[in-house]
Design a protein around this ligand. Sequence first.
Ligand SMILES: Cc1cc2nc3c(=O)[nH]c(=O)nc-3n(C[C@H](O)[C@H](O)[C@H](O)COP(=O)(O)OP(=O)(O)OC[C@H]3O[C@@H](n4cnc5c(N)ncnc54)[C@H](O)[C@@H]3O)c2cc1C
Ligand code: FES
Length: 267
Amino acid sequence: MSERTLCPPERRVAEVRDVRRLGAYDLISARDLAGPADPSPGQFYMLATGDRWGGGSGERPYLPRAFSFARVRPGAGGGADLQFLLEDVGPGTRRLGELKPGEALMLLGPLGEPFTPPPRGSSAVLVGGGIGTAPILALHDERPAAPVVLGFRSAAHAEAVALFGEVAALMTDDGSAGRQGLVTEPLREHLDADPSATVYACGPPQMLEAVRALCEERGVSAQLALEAGMACGYGACFGCVVETKDGFKRVCVDGPVFQAADLESAA
Ligand SMILES: Cc1cc2nc3c(=O)[nH]c(=O)nc-3n(C[C@H](O)[C@H](O)[C@H](O)COP(=O)(O)OP(=O)(O)OC[C@H]3O[C@@H](n4cnc5c(N)ncnc54)[C@H](O)[C@@H]3O)c2cc1C
Ligand code: FES
């Protein structure tokens, strides 16, 4: 188990400061006065809105949803200023994207096992795909010198690249921004030049599996941030299990970051 920032025991209220449209995504900024200022990249929060979170007539009562924090700064009056990057894929993400400044964001976190530093003598290379870019941004803030490889469906999704200082390669499925192709192409080139690098990746399952297979083929160490449907976020419901070489593990407490070598498959 890594050194990680522990979650205060209760769900708390953060104040929404801003919600900004960034191409295909929403960027939510919130002041978490009562939370820790130092969540570690890869950790996540369970989020819900303070009102209109389902349960009304014609609405389904929502469980909170899991989101990696994308950026953290120490809060002016204590706590943390947090940013979350969201893709509208359903009712929860849509409602969160409708939040207005001053409204309540209910949160629990930081939760889960974060990315851990590369072994001595190994450099880091960061790989993000789609909304999986969120925890990679947090890692980029911590390791600005590490090369970043990002992949998106289209130019609208690739607008998230503006949050990064510099990226080594930008790929899109349709070639509407950067190069057309998959993130594994520039990653392969990078590993040709730096075969002892440690790979840090988050993205859709097919991308993570391609990264895992490439790293296995090269004997390269990799840490993968997985996603799974989560009901509780803290180990109680067993709704988020994935199969590893050491049996079933809960993504919320044993992950979301796993060593690629511990997985048969990331898809
Ligand atoms: C550790 C972790 C970190 C995450 N970080 C982010 C993030 O930074 N930004 C972001 O936009 N999303 C993130 N997600 C995914 C996010 O939690 C889901 O997209 C969200 O729960 C969808 O809620 P909804 O009500 O909008 O849609 P729902 O109605 O719940 O789902 C819409 C569609 O998405 C699928 N889906 C829902 N949850 C997941 C999931 N966890 N994994 C795969 N498919 C899912 C459903 O099967 C359905 O097809 C993360 C998930 C995990 C587990
Ligand atoms: S989400 Fe409940 S055990 Fe992981």
